[in-house]
Design a protein around this ligand. Sequence first.
Ligand SMILES: [Zn+2]
Length: 354
Amino acid sequence: METTAIELREELFQVQVAMPFPERFTNAYVSRRWADGAVRWQILDPGFYDDQTEATWRAALDELGIGRGQVEAIYVTHFHTDHLAAAGWLQQETGAPVYILDHEVAFAEASVAGQVFGGRGDGLRRRWFEALGVPLDNREAEREVLSFRSYLRYAPVTLTPLAPQSRVPFGDEEAEVLWAPGHTNGQLVLYLPRRRELLAGDHILPKITPNTSRMPYGLLDPLGAYMRHLETLMQLPIARIWPAHGVPLDDGIRRIVEIYDHHVERAEQAWRLTAGDRSVFEVCLDLFAYRHLSKADWRLALGETLAHLEYLVGLGWADRLVDGRRTFPQARLERFLEATDGPAPRITYEPRRR
Ligand SMILES: [Zn+2]
């Protein structure tokens, strides 16, 4: 018989939840502890939500013998559909509370309600893309740029916020809840100090670098926040990383350093590519010229390009220009776009000469 719940080590299991994205599966983790002779289960990242997910989880709960009322916590690393979407359904099935970092609650609730950008960016969506030089010159382009994927289906869920640095039950030890910003505003990762393991969500992935995008009303400098957090993680004793996609990483620190170096290299490239009054969209096409961008990919590529450019501004390696005028580094991009009438200003970046 094929098993749905794979035993990874003592008191830790993995359930692979299928999804229609390139990574194909989300790794959900299921852990177990014993308290006063009774068993208590914890689940991390229920995954994408469709009929197949329901069947997968039913099989896994059955195999592990998890009864209603025995799950004490469902943790969700971040609001993206391949992590949070099925949480509400699993909450119904098990009766368990669903925990997410308090920083992530607004984005999570907006997503469940079918809104993008935390429900705040709708008004400036068009001006945002115009300002970055995305061609919106015909109806088709406009539809493609401004529409968002319609298959993002979330089960309704009641969320309980967690504070960073809190300690929560996870298997036979207590996990430390860490705020790991960058990929989203408020992603959480769980650190198991005794085993030196990190349940990393999408913060550290084996094959791809997690997308760190500057999105409307998201983190002002998401790449800066991400890099600073990687610096913190490099100082932690981390042996193994359990990622949300792909295979476990047995040399965790090495992968963290690799991702860090990669972004430094990309920031250097972005710095060179900004020269000559080019739009963010043009810089993006060059920065990602090495690979074919699908329709779903390029918006993330644009957000990531913008994140690199804002990172350079924060470091003092580039200036941000709005209609050709230099702006104060800490000025929020939204400030220049919130006006609803008139054409969007042109936002460009200029490398500082060193
Ligand atoms: Zn993911």
